[in-house]
Ligand binder design. Structure first.
Ligand code: ATP
Ligand code: MG
Length: 347
């Protein structure tokens, strides 16, 4: 663990002091292969927390793929790819629960009371929803897109998750989950924690086009990419006309995104990496990035290939995770019903 990836001191200290008082919930939509933004933005932190002894849940929100597209294409293959990525980065299925949303029906039953706790206006002004609508492949905005943050609240709160390692873009969604928890507790009594976000030092890694690296934007470098593909993608990344390389995220997002990527892979300070490349320009920078990514990812890619030889095991990991997630979700739903006044009599 490099210091560059540490969480803010106070939260980090609290986690170290008492890992048993935290429960992590995090996840990734199965819309494509996991990329370096996921690795440095959240996956690395999830593994670190798991290894510190924090109970960890990982949701694969499969139905939520439909928030911004009409059809969930290649869903099974994508979910299996995510499972391989998790195992390859060091998620241990004995200590972490990996499950997919559609296999846990109680999550959708939590959604109804949760929806009643937020207003349409609040959902409408959520900046992440607005951004996702702007990048959506659909002609009109579906109700599912609109209510996405509330689905996510159910995905976090069903297991009483109180710590969520996320990228920057998810902060507004997490705010909705906090609001839902707080209002539920005020209205019906204390049931849920108010989950805290845990950002890494790379809360928004940029893609090869200089905007947020995203599975759906054809600008990402997958964890599972081979060395040649990585080299090709880095070569095509946008830079700028200034030859001398500097680290200036505001003024030079393209170049600085590449510098940061190399620095994260090497566990070094981005300013130092930029100084070393200096007059070598974009060509040297891109070579540095390619080598850094390929050597940092090599062990992970080798482990991934190993796991891929036994897909029976990989699927069993998900089955076991779904069983454990269902047990938690059913228990929480029973608690919610109790808090809300129990079932209608004589039904
Ligand atoms: P999509 O394009 O389908 O929305 P995505 O690449 O944005 O995919 P998500 O599944 O939406 O990935 O996000 C999963 C997690 O990874 C979230 O916690 C998100 O904040 C984080 N994350 C995604 N992209 C980045 C990035 N570029 N840098 C840092 N964290 C990221
Ligand atoms: Mg996203």
């Amino acid at each position: 663990m490099t210091t560059a990836l540490s969480a803010p001191a106070t939260l980090d200290e609290r986690i170290r002091r008492d890992p048993g008082s935290f429960r992590v919930l995090s996840g990734d939509r199965p819309t494509g292969a996991l990329h370096l933004g996921h690795y440095f933005g959240t996956l690395h932190n999830r593994v670190r927390l798991q290894d510190l002894g924090v109970e960890t849940f990982i949701v694969i929100p499969d139905h939520q793929v439909l928030t911004d597209r009409d059809v969930a294409e290649r869903l099974t293959a994508t979910v299996e790819g995510l499972l391989l990525d998790y195992l390859a980065v060091g998620i241990d299925p004995d200590r972490s629960v990996i499950f997919n949303h559609s296999a846990v029906p109680a999550l959708n039953q939590l959604l109804l009371p949760f929806l009643s706790l937020v207003s349409v206006a609040e959902l409408g002004r959520n900046p992440t929803v607005k951004d996702e609508i702007a990048h959506s492949r659909q002609a009109s905005v579906s109700g599912l897109m609109f209510t996405y943050p509330v689905h996510q609240a159910a995905d976090i709160l069903f297991c009483k998750g109180n710590l969520v390692p996320v990228g920057q873009d998810q902060l507004p969604h997490l705010e909705v989950a906090r609001t839902v928890a707080r209002r539920f507790n005020e209205r019906y009594g204390p049931v849920f924690p108010e989950p805290e976000a845990l950002l890494s030092a790379a809360p928004q890694l940029l893609g090869t086009d200089g905007t947020k690296m995203s599975k759906s934007r054809a600008n990402s470098i997958a964890l599972s990419a081979d060395e040649d593909t990585t080299a090709r993608l880095v070569k095509g990344a946008v830079t700028d006309a200034e030859r001398h390389i500097t680290y200036d995220p505001e003024g030079r997002p393209g170049v600085s995104g590449l510098v940061l990527l190399a620095a994260l892979c090497l566990g070094r300070d981005p300013h130092t990496v930029a100084e070393e490349v200096g007059g070598g320009g974009a060509a040297v920078l891109k070579r540095t990035v390619t080598d850094a990514v390929n050597s940092r990812m090599a062990p992970l890619r080798a482990r991934r290939a190993e796991y891929a030889r036994d897909m029976g095991y990989v699927r069993a990991v998900l089955r076991a995770g779904n069983e454990r997630a269902n047990a938690h979700a059913d228990a929480t739903l029973a608690e919610v019903r109790e808090a809300m006044g129990g079932p209608v009599p004589a039904l």
